[in-house]
Design a protein around this ligand. Structure first.
Ligand SMILES: Cc1cc2nc3c(=O)[nH]c(=O)nc-3n(C[C@H](O)[C@H](O)[C@H](O)COP(=O)(O)OP(=O)(O)OC[C@H]3O[C@@H](n4cnc5c(N)ncnc54)[C@H](O)[C@@H]3O)c2cc1C
Length: 213
């Protein structure tokens, strides 16, 4: 059931998910489907419309980024620069994106002095030229993290529920692959990704080495 573009509740043939906190007048359009793909990003673990036991172990991981620009509108570097703590992405118009903090702060998306300080300090160590650049702005977002920070892609805990979440720091990079895998999983009786991708049941116990930056 959708209202105002948000999924508010799901009824299955065998059980009804918990929509008790949702007033009836908000349960707008009903959409029938054989599968429901949970792709709610950092909110995937706090989906009130799913029974608690079916909610995947996804938590929000805050990331702050800042943007500077060169005074002459020329790129300050020809390539992406990266250290263990920061990455610098030069744009052709002279802007420089500096990211990103990794913070366990729940759903907080405030830009903080500490976050900006950390990014500027680490960026300066990598490229002292940043000290001469103009300030453009800063923003913060939420990544979907899992216990081992590997994606949760596969069948969920109740029939018809498909998980496409937990992509942590690589959700943009992995979007085409994840979309193909989920489409295959939902549409095909014998999906080719079943063994090669990462099903939800195997998420626990895997190590995060080599994943993300
Ligand atoms: C600062 C920062 C820098 C990053 N840099 C990179 C990078 O360089 N490369 C990279 O690959 N990844 C990067 N990421 C990670 C990437 O942004 C995430 O992995 C990716 O956005 C996850 O995609 P998603 O679709 O699962 O979740 P999201 O992009 O968060 O989308 C989930 C959507 O679901 C919506 N939603 C939630 N609940 C409901 C509901 N009940 N009904 C309807 N809609 C709902 C939300 O409003 C949201 O729009 C970065 C993240 C941050 C914060």
């Amino acid at each position: 059931m959708f209202a105002d573009g948000r999924l508010l509740g799901v009824r299955t043939t065998s059980r009804r998910s918990d929509t008790s906190e949702v007033p009836d007048h908000r349960l707008g359009e009903e959409v029938r489907a054989t599968a429901v793909v949970l792709a709610a990003g950092a909110w995937s673990g706090s989906t009130a419309w799913l029974p608690e036991e079916a909610r995947p172990p996804v938590r929000p991981v805050k990331g702050q980024v800042i943007e500077l620009r060169s005074r002459n509108a020329e790129p300050v570097a020809r390539h992406i620069l990266a250290s263990e703590r920061v990455y610098l992405v030069p744009r052709n118009d002279g802007r420089l994106v500096i990211g990103a903090t990794v913070e366990e702060m729940g759903y907080d998306t405030a830009v903080t002095a500490g976050g900006v300080h950390e990014l500027l300090r680490e960026a300066y160590r990598l490229l002292p030229d940043v000290a001469e650049m103009e300030w453009v702005g800063a923003t913060a977002g939420l990544r979907p993290g899992t216990p081992n920070n590997l994606p949760l892609v596969g069948h969920g805990a109740i029939e018809g529920l498909v998980l496409a979440t937990g992509h942590f720091r690589n959700g943009i990079l992995l979007a085409p692959l994840a979309a193909q895998a989920i489409a295959d999983l939902v549409a095909s009786p014998d999906p080719k990704w079943r063994s090669s991708f990462i099903p939800s049941a195997e998420n626990k116990g895997r190590t995060p080495e080599g994943v993300g930056r």
